[in-house]
Design a protein around this ligand. Structure first.
Ligand code: FES
Ligand code: FES
Length: 202
């Protein structure tokens, strides 16, 4: 599911890039060759959790690096840095994606949601965050932001996901501490369903 998310996000970003190119913002007037960016740092503004973050980044900067090092949003974790663990999961225009495989400059104009954006402005946690706490769905907690973003993404489209749907949605997320049962139970409870006991729904 994670790779599907990446593909969909890439399509979304490609559509944005096409729109940008047509508007002439990046490539000059219609028909002009696209302007070359870099190798020096360029000005970039990213919209993250509804807030605009202006930064100066090298064109090779990943979205993950831009979030953590330039926007100061360290909830999104760098673990494998190669698209294999889901620790850096974010939503790009509502689509699940691994931010370590996205270039920050390709996300200009997109609406990005990180784990910091799941809670409401008044600090009220997302129902899934509450359920993670109740179910102790973490040990070291390093994978937790990625699971929360993937779970929130699933809940936005599927109000009562089945266990296989939950497992599928989180198939791109790895927990080295092995807290999967508690994580699945948190999603089940957050969507008003009974928890797992001995691997089956009670
Ligand atoms: S850090 Fe991005 S998928 Fe692992
Ligand atoms: S809680 Fe440690 S990796 Fe998941």
């Amino acid at each position: 599911m994670q790779s599907l998310g990446v593909s969909a996000a890439a399509a979304s970003v490609a559509a944005n890039a096409e729109a940008t190119a047509k508007s002439g913002r990046a490539g000059g007037s219609d028909g002009d060759a696209p302007s070359v960016m870099g190798p020096n740092p360029i000005d970039l503004t990213l919209t993250v959790n509804g807030v605009k973050h202006a930064m100066k980044v090298e064109p090779c900067t990943t979205l993950l690096e831009a979030l953590r090092l330039h926007a100061g949003l360290t909830g999104t974790k760098e673990i494998c840095d190669r698209g294999s663990c889901g620790g850096c999961s974010v939503l790009i225009d509502g689509v699940l994606a691994v931010s370590c495989l996205m270039l920050a400059i390709d996300c200009a104009g997109a609406s990005i949601t990180t784990v910091e954006g799941l809670a409401k402005a008044d600090g009220t946690l997302h129902p899934l965050q509450e359920a993670f706490i109740r179910h102790d769905a973490l040990q070291c907690g390093y994978c937790t932001p990625g699971f929360l973003v993937a779970g929130a993404w699933l809940m936005a489209s599927t109000p009562k996901p089945t266990l296989p749907q939950i497992q599928q949605a989180m198939a791109g997320n790895i927990c080295r501490c092995g807290t999967y049962t508690n994580i699945f139970n948190a999603v089940l409870e957050a969507t008003g369903q009974r928890p797992l006991i001995d691997g089956t729904i009670a």
